[in-house]
Design a protein around this ligand. Structure first.
Ligand code: F6R
Length: 241
């Protein structure tokens, strides 16, 4: 586990974007695992800038997102498909056919999950997985108590996660109750994992996840055991350390 501390979110995002660009420039047909939420937005902005400056070419890249809400159509402004189009895909030269996000609006969610795992394997596995961390230690939507051995699955969101995400919805009642998420096993299979954490409100969970024992009660703690895991954090998120 490597921890890199940054003065601010801008410096962190610049570094994260360069790491991703380097992965793409090493292998222009690489497979990236992507996240939504506030944490990666700065990285997506910097990646867009690198693309516009001609420093990275996404034409052969494949992407798999961590998760999607159940029950939202892809054109719903709260869906993670919409988020990714808006924050990244519409601004770079990626082929949208190569961008995969679980379809939370499908009737047969179980086959969406097994198909997603198959697709990741067919694309050679994930070369670099980007992650954020929930205040309760979730990664993707793998909530506390999750089994480490699980693959892509349907999960019920915890009330703390629904509360945290209600800022994107008009009311708590509009926040979906279920989601599809890559499992911890899927995430741990990525060759390289990069987590972004910023802000004082993440300091306590960063401390518990990476400076204490590995426990399913804090799903992110398993990342301590990954052979190539890097935490990019600003000084506020590392406050307790
Ligand atoms: C997003 C995801 C979540 C977020 C986490 C942190 O695709 O899977 O695990 O990374 O909830 O969210 P932010 O970055 O908004 O604090």
């Amino acid at each position: 586990m490597r921890i890199i501390k940054f003065e601010d979110l801008d410096a962190l995002s610049e570094y994260g974007a360069l790491l991703i660009a380097e992965t793409v420039n090493d292998n222009n047909k690489c497979t990236l695992g992507l996240a939504t939420g506030s944490s990666p937005i700065g990285i997506y902005e910097k990646l867009t800038k690198l693309y516009k400056e001609g420093k990275v070419d996404f034409s052969g890249v494949n992407t798999f997102n961590l998760d999607e809400y159940v029950g939202l159509k892809e054109n719903d402004p709260q869906s993670y498909r919409f988020f990714m189009d808006h924050h990244l895909f519409d601004s770079i030269n990626i082929n949208k056919k190569n961008t995969f996000i679980p379809d939370g609006s499908a009737d047969d969610l179980e086959s969406v999950c097994s198909e997603y795992e198959k697709l990741i394997e067919e694309h050679g596995g994930i070369d670099l997985q980007l992650l954020g961390i929930g205040h309760n230690g979730h990664i993707g939507f793998n909530e506390p108590g999750t089994e480490f051995s699980k693959k892509t699955k349907v999960v019920e969101l915890s009330s703390s996660t629904r509360q945290a995400n209600k800022r994107f919805f008009s009311s708590i009642d509009d926040v979906p109750t279920y989601a599809i998420t890559m499992g911890v096993e899927t995430i741990m299979k990525a060759k390289k994992i990069v987590m972004v954490a910023y802000g004082a409100d993440k300091a306590s969970i960063i401390h518990d996840a990476f400076f204490k024992e590995v426990t399913p009660l804090i799903p992110a703690s398993i990342l301590q055991l990954h052979p190539d895991f890097t935490l990019l954090a600003d000084k506020e998120a590392l406050n307790n350390i």
